[in-house]
Design a protein around this ligand. Sequence first.
Ligand code: A3D
Length: 320
Amino acid sequence: MARNKIALIGSGMIGGTLAHLASLKELGDIVLFDIADGIPQGKGLDIAQSSPVEGFNANLTGASDYSAIEGADVCIVTAGVARKPGMSRDDLLGINLKVMEQVGAGIKKYAPNAFVICITNPLDAMVWALQKFSGLPKNMVVGMAGVLDSSRFRLFLSQEFNVSVQDVTAFVLGGHGDTMVPLARYSTVAGIPLTDLVKMGWVTKERLEEIIQRTRDGGAEIVGLLKTGSAYYAPAASAIEMAESFLKDKKRVLPCAAHLTGQYGVKDMYVGVPTIIGAGGVERIIEVEFNKAEQEAFEKSVAAVAGLCEACITIAPSLK
Ligand code: A3D
């Protein structure tokens, strides 16, 4: 049986980390793509040279021509620009929208059967535009944000409670980052909802709110520390978890920016919701009931994403 082929479109900080993680996990052969000629080739060769030491089998190649991604099973898109201190994700919209147009055309031509995971920011608008530019089936194009947001939330909760990260689950919905909607009722420590942990005196409501705000600002905290770019280890690990669920038909329940066709009252938009990812791409969207406060927070988040999609249409009217 031939190995899977994974195309990484964008070979910057996240792209390089994706290549390393996918190699270590032996997810398949890897093509790194970038417009900066030499970077994908250099990173591919460097990682390949670690294979005898690490003991993994994978072919790594670098390219600046889309024909190299031909027949890819998975495409992970990080092409574009990342935030610098003082920038919001939304500041990236104009530049990255043009990049999505090129990437969409490349995927449409050479990898129309791929499962596509978009990471480029502003995430919820870029994945929406990428699906339209590529014309791929909507269930085969998703955005990575929820896995990262919930991973950050899980880490901060595990540190607060002094328990293993493995025993903390988190449930987040909505747009990426600032308007993320964490559902405390569905986030647990070993099955005990956070709302019960408040009653049990493990954490106050106020402290929980601080942790949620730190999670929302999780990306900005790292941008502020790094000063030259944004987070890449955790975003890469999160996208790899999604790719692995597709490639191995694991049917993981993962929060992703998925195309909604009326679920949660939202139509033709990508918003973070719990999904099941298997060999069929997004195989199911899980709909839970909201209470009033959750509904309001979700609607606010959806409105923010809708505003970004409108801004995309102004720049690229063909997206309408
Ligand atoms: P960076 O290290 O700058 O890599 C981006 C790469 O894209 C560079 O190597 C560029 O040369 C390349 N590139 C630019 N234009 C094109 C093009 N037209 N075609 C192909 N390649 C191109 O950034 P990064 O890897 O740190 O981040 C990549 C993206 O992910 C940014 O937009 C970030 O904002 C975003 N990001 C999203 C999350 C989410 O959780 C959604 C988290 C962290 C970063």
